[in-house]
Design a protein around this ligand. Structure first.
Ligand code: NAP
Length: 157
């Protein structure tokens, strides 16, 4: 699929996989929208991506931030062709290596809010924009920190 001329959102495109994906999309002619909780991270990443890139603040753990982000995107862009749900709850050794029965409710909810609920809410709203043109691509990047929780839950379901 050619991305030339497409409008693509990469959530959390400030470092790592997201930055690499955003840079590749921009180099291949897409207009890329990256997100971050911090303006300073956006500034650095936009500089690295160099062209065809816009930065928007988004914190997936905050409902208001998600609605503000969607409002900004709807205002500034006619359409969205590609959504890459890349942002994820940060890797934290103290949670990652915990045994299931030691994971607190707060830790569980913090992970799910970013990796599942926040990403779902963004997807739902962007899907509404995509459906107006009846076209779009959504790619979800799974989160390893969430695996212990999800896989532990599976046998009991
Ligand atoms: N690296 C790996 O080995 C690996 C393996 C399996 C899966 N993954 C998944 O692949 C994706 C990218 O991983 P990565 O290692 O390249 O990067 P990462 O360090 O996990 O960070 C990804 C992005 O998530 C954003 N982020 C974190 N918390 C957020 C929140 N509450 N709201 C909005 N954005 C938030 C960060 O943006 P700011 O800090 O700028 O806000 C950052 O740009 C993640 O979903 C990760 O779980 C990674």
């Amino acid at each position: 699929m050619s991305v030339d001329g497409k409008i693509a959102i990469v959530t959390g495109g400030t470092i790592g996989l997201g930055l690499a994906i955003a840079r590749d999309l921009a180099r291949n002619g897409a207009t890329v929208i990256i997100t971050s909780r911090k303006k300073s991270n956006l500034k650095k990443a936009i500089h690295l991506i160099d062209k065809n890139c816009y930065g928007f603040q988004l914190d997936l753990s905050k409902k208001n931030s998600i609605s503000q982000f969607i409002e900004n995107i709807s205002k500034d862009f006619r359409h969205v062709d590609i959504l890459i749900n890349n942002a994820g709850f940060p890797f934290k050794r103290e949670i990652w290596f915990k045994k299931i029965h030691d994971i607190s409710q707060v830790e569980l909810m913090n992970i799910l809010q970013v990796d599942l609920i926040g990403s779902f809410q963004v997807t739902r709203e962007i899907l509404k924009i995509m459906m107006k043109k009846r076209t779009g691509v959504i790619i979800n990047i799974a989160s390893t920190p969430a695996y212990p929780v999800i896989f532990a839950a599976l046998p009991t379901l």
